[in-house]
Design a protein around this ligand. Structure first.
Ligand code: HEC
Length: 475
């Protein structure tokens, strides 16, 4: 004991830790009273991020970011008790971080805490929100199973449709013309080095600003922010009615942090990590390419709006959202903070939550996601049981075409109905489409042998709008 005490005195003496930390811990903050628990969301987001750092480092030390090994190493990690829990914590921690940063942003928005002098607090927070979403997006692919693979494939294909900069963007995201080993390396570097470094930087800046400007006081109707007098008013408020951050206010952050970690660990143990799908094979759609819940609503919105607008919405939607985030503290930097004097803030928040919940639910059951359970086309539908047409029909199922295309009522409806493909397209046109892919259709270039391609063409070209003769029964 005495040794520890002496050791601490020495460390403190040579580093000046307590001299530096005491003012940070004990700086006065406004009493929040009724809304006090709402103030834990920011620190809870940070705790979720720390969970991700710790579990992420553990995962990275067993994971090989190469197209050939990523899936197997994850499978290995998931097979051990410890690895299973760590992966589960990383997955639930990701959801927790997104929920908490979202709620934190909503709290700050509804209470208008972004007004003078905390505009930069908001802007750095907005950057952190975007970086968190980027983490979620890049993390999906690292799973390197069908779900992660297809989600990124479709996202990249959609980004590629953006007017003007689409080509460049699709290329940048995929690190090439298609999702492959290079994409995995790029996403791994972004997910593990680049984006976390930026998050650390912005978290530091954000926390510095929280200390510099002080924690916002709970808003009150009829007490508008006036930049000229705010700072002196705030100082007087702290002198009159402040409390030291530690322990008077911070005990709630500590309690909530413990509950959060306990919940993430419990979910990881009980529910476990998301099931690894089948290994990725660009030519077979074996898993439903539904992204994680936090992006699902956006996929659903994109698939439900008119086709012509999709290319614009995919880039304009996020661009407008980011622009709004940047403009909010700049155009509304003073005036009333109370949400009851800014009732539309409730409307906007309700609208955002509705879109995410409703379209997320739509996305879960949407017909636009490939139909995985389509069974091979029957001889009746194909019209023959051997020869190139029958071979093509079999490939049509085995290569996943049927998951997206209807033939005589069988298959999925993500792509056009191909029942009468022979009437509408020449084999050359079909070849172009199959090799180059399209909106929501993967490119099969390099994934079909010449024989397989000609069998597929034979099958598709045999599809004509003819009266279907009943097969005579006893002849
Ligand atoms: C992930 C879903 C998906 C898969 C798998 C898929 N397609 Fe498609 N396909 C589509 C979509 C969506 C379109 C429309 C693309 C466009 O217009 O840009 C399309 C278009 C086509 C067309 C052109 C149809 C027309 O009327 O313009 C053909 C032919 C076609 N696909 C054949 C195939 C074949 C053959 C396979 C399997 C080797 C296949 N598709 C696999 C989704 C898919």
């Amino acid at each position: 004991m005495r040794f520890l005490k002496r050791a601490w005195i020495w460390v403190d003496d040579v580093t000046g830790i307590s001299a530096a930390m005491t003012p940070l811990l004990e700086h006065p903050v406004p009493k929040a009273r009724k809304s006090a628990w709402l103030y834990v969301l920011g620190s809870a987001t940070l705790v979720a991020f720390l969970i991700q750092i710790v579990t992420g480092i553990a995962l990275a030390s067993g994971y090989v970011a190469s197209a050939g090994q990523a899936y197997d190493t994850l499978k290995f990690i998931s097979g051990t008790d410890f690895g299973r829990i760590v992966r589960g914590m990383h997955a639930f921690g990701a959801s927790a971080m997104i929920i908490l940063i979202g709620l934190h942003a909503i709290r700050v928005y509804v209470m208008a805490a972004y007004k003078y002098p905390r505009q930069m607090n908001w802007l750095t927070g907005a950057a952190l929100l975007m970086l968190t979403l980027l983490m979620a997006f890049t993390g999906q692919l690292l799973r390197w199973d069908q779900t992660g693979f297809w989600s990124v494939m479709i996202a990249a294909a959609q980004a590629g449709k953006t007017p003007i900069i689409g080509n460049w963007m699709g290329h940048f995201i995929m690190a090439g013309d298609t999702v492959g080993g290079a994409t995995l390396s790029r996403f791994f570097a972004a997910h593990v080095f680049f984006i976390p470094a930026l998050i650390f930087l912005f978290v530091g800046f954000h926390l510095y600003l929280v200390l510099h400007n002080g924690i916002s006081e709970p808003p009150e109707a009829g007490r508008p922010v006036d930049p000229k007098t705010y700072r002196s008013w705030y100082r007087a408020l702290l002198a009159r009615d402040g409390e030291p951050f530690w322990p008077d206010a911070a005990w709630r952050d500590v309690v909530f942090a413990f509950l959060l970690v306990a919940a993430v660990v419990a979910l990881a143990v009980i529910v476990g990590p998301p099931e690894l799908g089948k290994p990725p094979d660009p030519t077979i759609v074996e898993a439903s390419p539904r992204p994680e819940w936090y992006f699902l609503w956006y996929f659903a919105v994109l698939s439900l709006i008119p086709k012509w607008s999709e290319d614009w919405v995919i880039i304009l939607g996020p661009a407008l959202f980011i622009a709004a985030l940047i403009l909010i503290p700049l155009v509304a930097s003073k005036g009333e903070r109370s949400p009851f004097r800014r009732p539309w803030s409730f409307v906007i928040v309700a609208f955002i939550i509705f879109v995410i919940a409703y379209y997320g639910a739509v996305g879960k059951i949407a017909p636009w996601s490939p139909r995985m359970d389509a069974s091979p086309l029957s001889v009746q539908v194909v019209g023959s049981s051997s020869g190139p047409v029958a071979d093509g029909a079999k490939l049509f199922h085995d290569k996943g075409c049927e998951y997206c295309h209807l033939v005589s009522g069988y298959g999925g409806i993500r792509g056009p109905d191909l029942t009468y493909a022979g009437d509408t397209m020449t084999p050359a046109q079909m070849t172009t489409r199959i090799y180059s892919g399209g909106t929501n259709m993967p490119s099969y270039n390099g994934n079909l042998t010449p024989d397989q391609l000609s069998a597929l063409l034979a099958f598709l070209s045999s599809r004509h709008r003819q009266p279907v003769l009943p097969i005579p029964e006893n002849q």
